[in-house]
Design a protein around this ligand. Structure first.
Ligand code: PLP
Ligand code: COI
Length: 340
């Protein structure tokens, strides 16, 4: 076990012992290579540097009370990476190669998996980049797949405490027929300026509206959005948001907890009717939202007056975490237990 103060971890990069790499050249994926360096060298004309041929994923491994290590829904991440590959014309990484690389990198860094009691987890970051030189705008024919890990604490400093979000109507994250549904770096680049403005004004994140009409809620910078009212879990349907694996899981768990689930366009004014609201994702888990300020319209929507998460958000959070840490039966086969 490493000498890390696990419960003080934030969501950041910690150097670990190994990462894994697989190269795509001449139409073939190489064998997996283990590296102890966190540096890479590449051609200065690589397509990832100039034309954004870059996609990534995010998933987590958890150490249970029983000492076992569980990886949450990695097949879903493998499939979503394939969607990203198709979206920006990169070689499509087979699911089995993705899964084997994820398992291997966790096994090689066992001492970095935070202990059960800490509530922290091991974040796994798969990354696929175009590495062949190209000057004209054209897809490359060489790619590098890397998976590294980092032990992490909560994405937002407050952890599981409600924090405020902002709507900034002067900025879009993704266009309706653009790349919002895939996990490519360009979407995050587009969100940096509005994210910084929001942070400067004291907000945790931006809540984006649909870019075309500015009528409907899309998602947050690093997470999907949900609202809860009348025992119903409501989350946006949109052609410019990332299909969150956490959100998909929460929809199933909400039903199991006796709630109704609606996935549909959510008009921004509907914020006024929600009893609870939150951001959800691998990094965010559930990050409850205390208030959304629509800054250009001078409107505020308040969800949590007490500074505590709402009861349904709490139930969902506990249920999801219980499955991830192995405290509750994995009845949907979401979890891969490492064979150590
Ligand atoms: N939306 C965006 C823009 C994200 O970056 C993420 C994080 O991956 C999510 C939603 C949540 O997705 P998931 O639950 O699959 O991590
Ligand atoms: C994740 O939740 O895995 C994300 O990718 C969000 C953010 C760190 C980009």
């Amino acid at each position: 076990m490493k000498n890390i103060n696990w419960s003080d971890l934030t969501f950041g990069y910690v150097k670990t012992d190994f990462n894994v790499r697989i190269y795509y050249k001449k139409g073939k994926w190489s064998d997996l290579e283990i590296s102890d360096s966190d540096q890479i060298t590449m051609h200065m004309a690589s397509t990832c540097l100039h034309y954004g041929q870059e996609a990534f994923e995010g998933l987590k491994a958890f150490k249970g009370k029983d000492g076992k290590i569980r990886i949450f829904r990695m097949r879903e991440n493998a499939l979503r990476l394939q969607d990203s590959c198709r979206g920006i014309v990169m070689a499509e990484l087979p699911v089995e190669i993705f899964e084997a690389a994820v398992v291997e990198v966790v096994k090689r860094n066992l001492s970095f998996v935070p202990p059960y009691e800490s509530g922290a987890s091991l974040y796994i970051r798969p990354l696929l980049i175009g590495t062949s030189p190209q000057v004209g705008v054209k897809a490359g024919d060489e790619y590098l797949f890397i998976v590294f890990v980092s032990p992490v604490g909560p994405y937002f400093k407050a952890g599981f405490k409600p924090t405020p979000y902002a709507i900034l109507r002067g900025y879009d994250r993704a266009a309706p027929l653009g790349t919002g549904t895939i996990k490519v770096g360009g979407n995050y680049a587009a969100s940096l300026i509005s994210g910084e403005i929001a942070h400067t004004k004291g907000y945790s994140a931006v809540l984006y509206l649909d870019a075309k009409e500015k009528k409907y809620i899309d998602e947050c910078g690093p997470a999907n959005f949900f609202g809860i009212k009348n025992n119903t879990y409501i989350t946006p349907q949109s052609s410019s948001i990332l299909p969150s694996i956490t959100n998909k899981s929460l929809m199933i768990l909400a039903e199991e907890l006796g709630m109704k689930v609606e996935r549909r366009p959510v008009p921004v004014e509907e914020l006024a009717t929600f009893e609870e609201a939150g951001a959800c994702g691998t990094a965010a888990v559930i990050s409850p939202i205390s208030r959304v300020d629509d800054l250009d319209e001078n409107k505020s929507y308040v969800f949590s007056k007490e500074g505590e998460p709402g009861p349904n958000s709490l139930r969902l959070y506990n249920k999801l975490r219980a499955i991830q840490y192995g405290d509750e039966e994995d009845k949907y086969a979401w979890v891969t237990v490492l064979d150590l």
